[in-house]
Design a protein around this ligand. Structure first.
Ligand code: IVH
Length: 724
């Protein structure tokens, strides 16, 4: 058995082999334990495998797989908990790192609401607890469900575990009929120390920091384990409520306290930007004396009426922001630079480091962004780090801010090894050998192998099955890679996922008989795949992995076009139009009149030329088009339903705002219109139903006249949407 070798005696080849064997044994053990509920080894044996794997990875970090099970142990597998759809999305927060970011935040809010700088706008500042978000649902005062944040829309059902937390009341008096209380699960420093001591004494794995300990404890499949873990909870927000809690944030916090929740005593009303910045410094001073980790402070608009008007972006509220404490830094040696190939073919350099603790977390990988960054240049060609390049062997400073991927920030030239050489960025794809090309104006070098490049193909498949896309239960990156490499199952493109079962039936060795699988898990996978055949249009567009088309752009496109056919027809129509063919922005605009399809795409508010170019590029490649066609043939694509307010008079209408509005800002007008199911477009065309014109409106009014589009004023608009 290879385990008999001391890790320090292993050659790289032996280590590589052993990593494969250990990974395989861990996968089997995991499957037997969680998938079949039938363990094939004791916990101690399992821990031994992981320990050995970690030791080898520590010595040979370049061999560590991105999906190594050594990173996952400690948290229960996600399939262990049932899923819960949040009735009100659990949002996250956008981050600010300096005073200017906060001044900009205040500025943005004032502009959005149309308030001038003298308007007394109050904010509540609260510590940002470094734990895990949790949503607690109470019906008629009884706790009925607890769910983790998950991706914000769907979390994990951890009700049994939450019931064991002393800060979480089982019942509350005088509560609204429905009340979702949201807050943070965390572990205090003192409890964390004690827990780690106990873990050590009983030979169990210790936790790297209180946050990991809290996460590992809450996500225990056995609630009895959670019960023994000293978890705490601060309430600071709410989801669905059958009646409003209060008129201000600070009163709402008070109300949550009255219901019996622990709330943070450092929450405070700040009357001005100066107050906010002062409070930040004050909390930073107190940080070291607090018995729990905080990673910044959160400012929230105090007036809940204004919060409602400000609303949300796709994943963050406009009315709140996290002001993060400065990043943490540490020095370590750069052992190697690896190149990873992403789904768009981007070659991303990754720094493999001698493991180092940065703010309580062990870091062994960091990003090096791109070849310019390694060479000491920023995106505009200016020098960074005084133009010092990064070389293998260098002593480098690691910078870690919150959850963001750590990066290599500085190089200590005095400690540079004498024989070091500048890093040569590859001009061939390390995965498929195709030429790696860097286009003018692009900081990124990309593999030109397209779908023939296995790394790109696998990454595209992984994107396709990611949470915000098809999110197929039981199908993660590990399975995807196996299916991709398997000559019989051969999942090479998204459509192949949907024909997997048919192919499997023809194989001599069925999936159910393969290593790590069983009847039940194969059956579950096929059922999960089938369930995903019905897919909303926005998710499909996002899942295609087209450059620049993120979740928001995909939703904008889906809302505009409503159906796949209309979307595909327009993009196909745009391919040969003059605007799609020129790159010069001015020239492009001049050709818009002859480019109706291009205009339909770029006329969507929030969609620019780069998205349109990427769509046209994808739809002009034969192989791509054929692959998409095969996929669409497997699916039932749900048309986009216009949101809630379908009884609104503007639902389904395409509206253009022009000139200056007086009662609300353009941004607020757009958000309100969309919340009532209207589409907001930036330009007037034959598709426009309504133009809302304020003073100073010019050419758009003329165009609307010419096209016979209805033109109304701001007051009429407000009356129409019921806001006057
Ligand atoms: S408010 C809609 N307040 O930080 C507003 N979040 O980085 C949602 N967090 O997901 C969040 N302390 O888990 C809020 N005082 C606080 C917080 C807080 C910690 C967490 C929360 C959120 C994450 C975003």
């Amino acid at each position: 058995m290879p385990e008999t070798f001391d890790v320090s005696d292993l050659t790289e080849a032996q280590a590589r082999l052993e990593i494969v064997q250990l990974t395989d044994r861990v996968a089997k053990a995991n499957f037997a334990y969680h998938g079949n509920d039938d363990p094939i080894m004791t916990d101690a044996e399992f821990d031994g495998l992981i320990l050995r794997l970690r030791e080898i990875e520590l010595r040979f970090p370049q061999l560590k797989r991105a999906d190594s099970p050594s990173d996952r142990v400690g948290s229960a597998p996600s399939q262990g908990f049932s899923k819960v759809a949040h009735s009100v999305k659990m949002f996250s927060l956008s981050n600010a790192f300096n005073q200017k970011d906060i001044a900009d935040f205040d500025d943005r809010i004032r502009r959005y609401l149309g308030l001038d700088t003298t308007f007394p706008l109050a904010y509540v500042s609260e510590p940002k607890i470094d734990g895990l978000g949790l949503s607690l649902r109470y019906e008629r005062g009884h706790l009925v469900q607890a769910a983790t944040r998950g991706d914000g829309n769907v979390g994990e059902n951890v009700t049994a575990n939450a019931r064991t937390v002393a800060d979480i009341p089982e019942t509350i008096d005088d509560a609204p009929e429905i009340l979702e209380v949201r807050g943070e699960i965390y572990m205090s420093h003192s409890d964390f120390e004690e827990l780690n001591k106990k873990q050590e004494e009983s030979g169990k794995k210790t936790f790297a920091n209180p946050r990991n300990a809290a996460a590992g404890s809450l996500r225990q499949l056995d609630a009895f384990v959670t019960k023994d873990r000293p978890l705490r909870f601060f309430a600071y927000a709410w989801g669905e409520t059958s009646e409003p809690l209060a008129k201000t944030q600070i009163e709402a916090i008070g109300k949550l306290g009255k219901f019996g929740f622990a709330t943070n005593s450092l929450a405070k009303v700040c009357g001005s930007l100066e107050d906010m910045l002062e409070e930040y410094l004050e909390i930073e001073r107190q940080r070291g004396n607090l018995d729990y980790d905080i990673d910044g402070i959160v400012y929230k608009v105090n007036d809940i009426g204004l919060q409602t008007r400000l609303g949300f972006r796709s994943s963050t509220p406009r009315w709140a922001i996290a002001h993060k404490f400065p990043a943490e830094l540490a020095w370590t040696r750069l052992r190697a630079i690896d190149i990873q190939v992403g789904r768009t073919g981007a070659l991303s350099p990754v720094a493999r480091l001698e493991p180092v603790t940065v703010g309580g977390v062990v870091v062994s990988n960091a990003t090096l962004h791109n070849e310019d960054y390694i060479a000491g240049l920023d995106s505009s060609g200016e020098s960074i780090r005084d133009g010092v390049d990064v070389r293998v062997g260098d002593l480098v400073q690691i910078y870690r801010a919150g959850d963001v991927i750590p990066k290599v920030a500085k190089v200590d030239l005095k400690k540079r090894p004498k024989d070091s050489v500048p890093y040569m960025f590859p001009d061939k794809c390390p995965e498929c050998g195709a030429r790696a090309v860097r286009e003018e104006g692009d900081a990124v070098r990309r593999c030109s192998g397209g779908l023939a490049c296995p790394a790109q193909a696998v990454e595209r498949l992984n994107h396709f099955i990611s949470r915000a896309a098809f999110d197929i239960e039981g199908l993660g990156p590990r399975q995807m890679e196996m299916f991709y490499n398997d000559t019989e199952l051969a999942v090479r493109e998204p459509a192949d996922i949907f024909s997997l079962q048919t192919r499997d039936m023809k194989n001599s060795t069925r999936l159910a008989q393969r290593k790590g699988w069983g009847e039940k898990s194969a059956e579950n996978l096929f059922a999960a795949i089938d369930q995903c055949r019905r897919i909303p249009l926005n998710k499909l567009i996002f899942a295609l992995g087209i450059r620049h088309v993120g979740e928001v752009a995909a939703s904008d496109l889906a809302r505009q076009f409503g159906s796949w056919d209309s979307f595909a027809e327009t993009v196909n129509g745009a391919i040969n139009e003059p605007s799609a063919k020129v790159r010069d922005a001015k020239e492009k605009r001049a050709l818009l009149a002859e480019s109706p399809n291009w205009l339909k795409i770029t006329g969507i508010d929030g969609i620019g030329d780069s998205v349109a170019e990427a769509l046209v590029m994808t739809f002009s490649q034969n192989a791509e088009v054929e692959s998409i066609k095969r996929l669409v043939g497997e699916l039932e694509i749900e048309k986009v339903e216009m949101p809630e307010a379908s009884d609104s008079k503007v639902a389904g209408k395409t509206v253009v705002f022009t000139g200056s509005l007086e009662k609300m800002t353009r941004a607020e007008a757009k958000a309100t219109a969309e919340s009532q199911g209207a589409k907001v477009s930036g330009s007037v065309s034959g598709n426009t139903d309504l133009v809302v014109a304020g003073p100073g409106a010019g050419s758009k009014i003329k165009k609307a006249h010419d096209l016979g589009v209805e033109i109304i004023g701001e007051d009429e608009w407000l009356a129409l949407i019921g806001g006057a």
